[in-house]
Write a protein that binds this ligand. Sequence first.
Ligand code: SAM
Length: 271
Amino acid sequence: MEDVLKKYNFTFKKRYGQNFITDLNLLDAIAADAGAEGRRVLEIGAGAGALTRALSKRAERVLAYEIDPALRPVLAETLAGCENTEVVFRDFLREDMAAVERELGGDYVVAANLPYYVTTPVIMRFAEESEGCRLLTVMVQAEVADRLCAKEGTKEYGAITAAIARRGTCKILRQVSRNLFTPRPNVDSAVVQLDFRTGGFSVKDEEMFRRTVRCAFQNRRKTLKNNLMSAFSLTRESAEELLARLELPADVRGEALSPHCLGALSDLLSE
Ligand code: SAM
């Protein structure tokens, strides 16, 4: 891979989060973890195509996005012969999610070594907008992995944790040393898997759930009651009544509520 990058005078761009993985065993393990076998796979950030190739070997079809057109000749060479693989040279975050899902044409899995600067918006897109995504297996910074899978009441628990928990389960599959990336980043990483097939729950109104979650984590030093009063223009009495209906103490803080409890609160707010 390094030879191909050199051949096309490729220079790594920090602004695109370009830290590539070269360890073939690790890439193959990620492709296996991702459940790519016989599936439609969406990859975000093909880079030099090392993970794309590993996915292509297992998948029915791979649709990969890459923002950097300088990688076009590199990918043409590294993915030569991968007939089931297509690379789209566009910013994934600017794509219409429904159109991407139509293109994939049914259930699919996501695999990515995510560019660090867009980790949260990419994951939020799947948690909030995807319909056909079943599994999402992504490399993220180790500290972000802890936030995605956090338990309520911990300092890592936040809005993204609750958004993911509404859709399914989250677990850390493997820790990955920074030494396995080129160029070497300043932090270690972890592979996280979001499984949207199990463990999620439904709410009456998804937009209300988002507002409730935003409100719960808006100002962590304030009580949930105060955050509710300002976010939903509630009187003290009605905010206290809502908390009492959920058998929560009046001085509870938002981060103490489990994702399910936030769902129940959002259902009461949508009544
Ligand atoms: N998959 C390769 C690997 O594992 O070695 C590359 C991973 S690298 C961390 C992230 C890649 O995502 C880079 O090639 C970068 O150019 C690309 N990228 C960054 N932002 C993107 C975006 N918004 N849409 C699509 N690709 C993006």
